[in-house]
Design a protein around this ligand. Structure first.
Ligand code: NAD
Length: 275
């Protein structure tokens, strides 16, 4: 079954389901990402701050998979926001990954107290112009941050990567982004295992009806909602489970019941406060 792709506002295609490596130990990353590639993932989401770009790069190189079949995202860390500092940080990330270009480069957090995200965006625009990041986007941007960025941007971000799972769907940020052609990437798609998501009847009901697992139901909800997702697991059997979601579909009523769980239930940091 072919992997669905989403066409970004710059015309480039992104595999809708990928694999994230937040909290994957640098020592284990090469093995974990090799397993993920073996399972079939072709889209890998990392970041400078995860400290595992080198392991990702080794796994990509060892895989023998053609570069144009891979989609690799990394992110600018808050301390590196600026002009020259962002160029330098991008060079270090590319070097650690062992790549000539990344498919997507993101500003990791707006870090509003630093007040450098507009300046940083100008740097990302130049990096994109050079071809070394094919697409550029943002992460954890709320509506006021997007409004300010767009007022000065020549390039509209391709994506906004935000915390998004049934208890925290960020309807205002999601609607604002989508109206402007900015695709939504959902991080923490399984709620980072921090609440009883996989035990809720809205999840377990469809799971038994379709003969799938709770995690597969939640991933399916993301895909049918139009989100780009990259669940994380160190365990190969769960990587395979999370990838095996293209042989069933939730009904409109099942999707609506999951969407109805929204309760502004953030499980991680507030973007206004991260610096
Ligand atoms: P996630 O929601 O993917 O949860 C991962 C956890 O869920 C795993 O550690 C495991 O405990 C559990 N899990 C995974 N598969 C399972 C299964 N099949 N059954 C039961 N439990 C399962 O959370 P995440 O890793 O934080 O988010 C995914 C990716 O999003 C990250 O790896 C990273 O790439 C990205 N991310 C980005 C930001 C950001 O600020 N931009 C922040 C956090 C994460």
């Amino acid at each position: 079954i072919p992997m669905p792709t989403i066409t970004l506002n710059d015309g480039r295609a992104i595999p809708q389901l990928g694999f994230g490596v937040f909290k994957v130990d640098p020592i284990e990353t090469e093995r974990v990402v090799s397993d993920a590639l073996d399972v079939g993932y072709r889209h890998i989401d990392t970041a400078r701050i995860y400290d595992n770009e080198a392991g990702v790069g080794k796994a990509l190189a060892d895989s023998g998979i053609a570069r144009d079949e891979l989609f690799v995202t990394t992110k600018l860390w808050n301390d590196d926001q600026g002009t020259q500092s962002a160029f330098d940080a991008f060079d270090r990330s590319l070097d650690k990954l062992g790549l000539d270009y990344v498919d997507l480069y993101l500003i990791h957090w707006p870090a509003p107290a630093k007040d450098r995200y507009v300046e940083s965006w100008k740097t990302l625009e130049q990096i994109r112009e050079s071809g070394r990041a094919r697409s550029i986007g943002v992460s954890n941007f709320l509506v006021p941050h997007l409004e300010r960025l767009l007022a000065d941007a020549d390039v509209v971000p391709a994506v906004n990567q935000i915390e998004l799972h049934p208890y925290h769907q960020q309807p205002a940020t999601t609607a604002f982004s989508r109206e402007r052609g900015i695709n939504i990437e959902a991080w923490g798609p399984l709620g980072q295992g921090k609440y009883e998501l996989l035990e809720l009847p809205e999840v377990t009901g469809p799971a038994s009806a379709h003969g799938k697992t709770s995690a597969q139901v939640v991933i399916r909800w993301h895909l049918q909602s139009g989100n780009i997702v990259f669940p994380k697991s160190n365990r190969r059997e769960r990587m395979a489970e999370n990838f095996d979601v293209f042989d069933f579909a939730l009904s409109d009523a099942e999707v609506a019941a999951l969407t109805g769980l929204e309760r502004a239930g953030r499980v991680s940091a507030n973007p206004e406060e991260v610096d």
